[in-house]
Design a protein. Structure first.
Length: 233
């Protein structure tokens, strides 16, 4: 058996599925992380690559405090945030309930394996900090496909195999990243080494198997992570 595949299968067998309680105490950390230069730049790029949100229904699975969805308040028809953590949902509600908003807002507690959405009910599905954390990401991707309409867009962020604390620190040194910017990047890199890190080829194969097509990968953080865009067919 390929050494990398054996390692991946071993992680799946020992990986615990995280609960909302694991994140309830981390609301402030994740909110600050979403506002760092490195992650907010990725969010801007991911939104651009996902296409226009004009008059569309957009869901963010693992929405955290809602910072990514906030970018669509004046564009989307409906924004839906789903998160395991009740406290994240409360924070996202507070951020997204803007008096000048155009979009309808719905933020709910939900599980990536069993999304509280109807089949073919959304146009754009986002996932930036969830799929690589799941013991079985394919289950979450199947759910995303289920709720996406025909030709709906999937936009994900995942760590690449090269992501680890030493590589993340080297990237930070090269780009003069320090303080909380560095702390949050190292935290993300550390979690990544204990979960799933995909090559572009692995992501393409997984998405093709589930039924996605027109798959495009864009490297970010100098190749330590990847934005993936795909169409539902």
């Amino acid at each position: 058996m390929d050494e990398r595949l054996a390692s991946k299968q071993g992680r799946v067998m020992t990986m615990r599925k995280m609960s909302g309680n694991d994140f309830d105490s981390l609301v402030s950390f994740f909110d600050e992380m979403a506002q760092t230069n490195w992650l907010s730049t990725i969010h801007d790029q991911l939104k651009s690559l996902s296409g226009s949100w004009e008059n569309k229904t957009v869901v963010d699975v693992g929405c955290g405090t809602g910072r990514l969805l906030y970018r669509g308040l004046e564009e989307a028809n409906q924004l839906i945030g789903i998160d395991l953590s009740e406290q994240m949902v409360v924070a996202a509600e507070g951020l997204l309930r803007s008096p000048e908003m155009k979009a309808k807002i719905e933020v709910v507690v939900g599980d990536a394996y069993n999304l509280p959405l109807k089949e073919s009910s959304v146009d754009v599905a986002l996932s930036t900090c969830v799929m690589f954390l799941l013991p079985e990401p394919e289950k979450g991707l199947i759910e995303l496909k289920r709720v996406l309409c025909s030709n709906g867009v999937l936009a994900m962020l995942n760590p690449a195999p090269e992501m680890n604390p030493s590589r993340a620190r080297a990237y930070a040194n090269d780009h003069q990243i320090n303080g909380f910017e560095l702390e949050s990047l190292l935290a993300w890199s550390n979690v990544s080494t204990k979960r799933h890190r995909y090559t572009n080829e692995e992501l393409t194969k997984l998405l093709n198997t589930i039924g996605f097509t027109n798959i495009k990968h864009v490297q970010v953080l100098s190749g330590l992570a990847t934005i993936t865009i795909a169409l539902n067919v």
